[in-house]
Design a protein around this ligand. Structure first.
Ligand SMILES: Nc1nc2c(c(=O)[nH]1)N[C@H]1C(S)=C(S)[C@@H](COP(=O)(O)O)O[C@H]1N2
Ligand SMILES: [Mo]
Length: 546
C-alpha cells in the first residue's frame, strides 16, 4: 500500500502541475490572469493589515516571489495529499482536485485582474480545473483499483454515484472486488492489475503536457514589449524643471544619489505581474462631478502643455530609516488644467482614480488644484515611465504618500466626494488623507559599521515635501544636537542631502538625526508605526569605532 500511496501522491502532483501549466498557457493566450497569480492576488487583498505590514517590512520587494512560491508550495502539498488519499479513495481525490480548480476560478471571478472580459478572466481557471481533474482520473485509473475493499467500502460523502461512474471505472470499484490487503511493506509485486509501464506513461505524458504548456506560455508575449515603451516620444516640456542648483549632492560615498535611478527606485504595489499596457489602446476617462466628461489618449496628453518637475515620492509603509522613498524628475500634464477643462462641480472634494488592474486611490481635490505640481506623469528621469512605475501614465502629487496620490497604470479619474466611496487601502485601515511627515535618514555609516577613530563623516537625506527642509541636526550618543551641513535645495518637493562631520572616539556610538521643516516644525521624536498614516520617530545608527 505504501508504494501505491507514493505513486498516487506523485500522480496528484503531476495532475495539479499539468493543470497549472496549461492554465498558464491559457492565460498567456487569451491575456487573462494566471491561476497562481490570481490566487496570490486574492491573498494580498484578503490578507489582514498586520500580515501585509509584516510582509512589506520583512520581505520588501521579495514579498511577491515569496508569495507566488508560497501559493505553489501550498498547491503542491494539497495535490500530494489529494493524490495520496486517492490511493484508497479515488473519488475523494477527484473531489479534492476539483475543489482546487474551483478555488482558482473563484479567485479569478472575485479578484482584481487585468482581464476585463469574463471569458478571459475565467478561462485559465477552467482549464486548470479540467486538466487537473482529467489528469488525476487518468492517473488513478492507471494505478489500478484500490486494493482494499475495506478502504473503498467505507462509504463517505464521496461515494455518491456520479454520471461518469461506470462499472469498469476504477474510480467506482465494485465492492465485490475483494483482493487481499497487501501486508505492510508488501511484496515487490504490486497488487494485481498494476501495470507499472502504463502508470508511468500516463503520468509522464500528463506531466509533459503541463510542462510544455508552461514553457510555451513563457514564449507568448504578454502585453507590449520594451521597444514599444521606449518608442513613446515624450516632447520637450513647455515648462522645463528649473536649473538644478550646484551642490544638491554632497561628496560622501554611500549617500543616496540626488536622483534615484529608475532601476533602483523603490516599487510598491499589489501586483504579482507588472501590467504592460499598450500605449496605443490606452485611454483615460475623466468623469463624475464634472461639466464635461473627457476621454484622453496618450497622444492627446503628449500634445498638451507639459511640465517637468523634481518630486520625491514616499511610501506610507516606509519605516523610520527605511528605503521606500525616491526622488525623480517627472514630466507630465498638470492635473489642475485637465480639471479646469472638465469643469469641477460644486460639492466635490475628492478624486477616485483607478488603475488598469482595478485598484482604487482616493485623493483630496484640493491637493490637485491648490497650485502644487500634481500631474499625470508620462516620463521619469528622462524616459517614458518604466512598466513597473506605471507606464504609460501615472499620477504624481507632491506632498502626499503614494497610496493616496500616485496611481500607476491609471485609466479612470472620477471627481467625487469622499463620503461617496472608499478606496483600496482605506478599506484596509489606512487613513483617508495622508500628507507626508517630515523625516530624515542616515545613509552612512551603515548600522553596525566599524569605522576608524578620528575625523568621521555621517550623511543622509531629509524630506518634508511641500514645506522643504531648513535644518538637520545630529546627536552623538546623548550629547548636544549639532547642525549638519545641508546640501543645496532643489525644491521644497524634493529631499535634501546633509553631511555631518564629527570626531569619532574609540568605542560604540549612537548617531541620531532629526530635521526641521522650512515652516519651523521640528520632526517629532514620537514613535509611530506606518499604519495608519505614516511612521514617525528619529532614525539612529550604531557604529563601532576602533
Ligand atoms: N495601480 C497602482 N498604483 C499605485 C500602487 C498600487 O499598488 N497600484 N501603489 C501606490 C503606492 S502605496 C506607492 S508608495 C506608489 C509607489 O510608486 P512606485 O512603485 O513607482 O515607487 O505607487 C502608488 N500607486
Ligand atoms: Mo505606498
Amino acid at each position: 500500500m505504501l508504494r501505491r500511496r507514493v505513486r498516487a501522491g506523485f500522480g496528484g502532483l503531476v495532475a495539479a502541475g499539468a493543470g497549472l501549466g496549461l492554465g498558464e498557457l491559457a492565460a498567456a493566450l487569451v491575456g487573462g490572469t494566471s491561476p497562481v497569480v490570481g490566487v496570490g492576488t486574492q491573498l494580498i487583498d484578503l490578507a489582514p493589515g498586520p500580515a501585509k505590514d509584516w510582509a512589506v517590512k520583512n520581505l520588501g520587494t521579495a514579498d511577491k516571489p515569496i508569495l507566488v512560491g508560497g501559493v505553489l508550495f501550498a498547491v503542491a502539498i494539497f495535490a500530494l495529499l489529494a493524490g495520496t488519499v486517492g490511493a484508497s479513495r479515488p473519488r475523494l481525490a477527484v473531489v479534492l482536485t476539483i475543489g482546487l480548480g474551483v478555488l482558482a476560478i473563484l479567485a479569478a471571478a472575485t479578484g482584481r485582474t487585468l482581464a476585463t472580459n469574463p471569458l478571459t478572466r475565467l478561462l485559465p481557471g477552467v482549464v486548470t480545473l479540467i486538466v487537473a481533474t482529467v489528469g488525476i482520473v487518468l492517473i488513478l485509473r492507471a494505478l489500478g483499483p484500490p486494493p482494499s475493499p475495506r478502504a473503498v467500502g467505507s462509504a463517505g460523502p464521496d461515494e455518491t454515484s456520479t454520471d461518469d461512474a461506470r462499472p469498469s471505472n476504477p474510480l467506482r470499484p465494485g465492492r465485490t472486488d475483494s483482493e487481499p490487503v497487501p501486508t505492510a511493506g508488501g511484496s515487490a509485486s504490486d497488487v494485481p492489475g498494476f501495470d507499472r509501464r502504463r502508470f508511468l506513461v500516463t503520468a509522464l505524458s500528463i506531466g509533459a503536457a503541463g510542462a510544455a504548456g508552461l514553457a510555451v506560455s513563457r514564449l507568448v508575449p504578454g502585453g507590449v514589449d520594451e521597444a514599444t515603451r521606449a518608442a513613446v516620444k515624450v516632447p520637450a516640456p513647455g515648462s522645463p524643471a528649473q536649473a538644478l542648483p550646484a551642490g544638491v549632492s554632497g561628496d560622501v560615498a554611500g549617500v543616496s544619489r540626488f536622483f534615484t535611478p529608475n532601476k533602483s527606485f523603490y516599487r510598491v504595489d499589489t501586483l504579482l505581474t507588472v501590467p504592460k499596457v499598450d500605449p496605443r489602446n490606452w485611454e483615460l476617462r475623466i468623469h463624475g462631478m464634472v461639466d464635461r466628461e473627457l476621454r484622453l489618449n496618450l497622444a492627446d496628453l503628449l500634445d498638451r502643455h507639459l511640465i517637468e518637475r523634481d518630486i520625491t515620492l514616499t511610501c506610507v509603509s516606509n519605516e523610520v530609516g527605511g528605503p521606500y522613498v525616491g526622488n525623480a524628475r517627472w514630466i507630465g500634464v498638470p492635473i489642475a488644467e485637465i480639471l479646469r477643462e472638465a469643469g469641477v462641480q460644486d460639492g466635490a472634494d475628492a478624486v477616485r482614480s483607478t488603475s488598469v488592474d482595478g485598484l482604487t486611490i482616493g485623493t483630496p481635490l484640493t491637493a490637485l488644484t491648490d497650485g502644487r505640481d500634481a500631474m499625470f506623469a508620462v516620463a521619469m528621469n528622462g524616459e517614458p515611465l518604466p512598466f513597473a512605475h506605471g507606464f504609460p501614465v501615472r499620477m504624481v502629487v507632491p506632498g502626499l504618500y503614494g497610496y493616496v496620490s500616485a496611481t500607476k497604470w491609471i485609466v479612470d479619474f472620477e471627481v467625487t466626494r469622499f463620503a461617496d466611496f472608499s478606496a483600496y487601502w482605506t478599506d484596509r485601515g489606512w487613513s483617508v488623507e495622508a500628507p507626508i511627515k517630515t523625516a530624515s535618514r542616515i545613509d552612512v555609516p551603515k548600522g553596525f559599521a566599524t569605522i576608524k577613530a578620528g575625523p568621521a563623516v555621517a550623511a543622509g537625506v531629509a524630506w518634508a515635501q511641500r514645506r522643504g527642509i531648513s535644518k538637520v541636526e545630529v546627536q552623538v550618543d546623548d550629547g548636544p544636537w549639532r547642525p549638519a551641513k545641508l546640501a543645496a535645495e532643489d525644491s521644497i518637493d524634493t529631499w535634501r542631502q546633509w553631511t555631518f562631520r564629527w570626531n569619532a572616539t574609540p568605542g560604540n556610538h549612537k548617531l541620531t538625526v532629526r530635521a526641521t521643516d522650512a515652516e519651523g516644525h521640528l520632526q517629532t521624536a514620537d514613535r509611530a508605526a506606518p499604519r495608519p498614516n505614516g511612521s514617525s520617530g528619529l532614525h539612529n545608527t550604531l557604529v563601532m569605532v576602533e
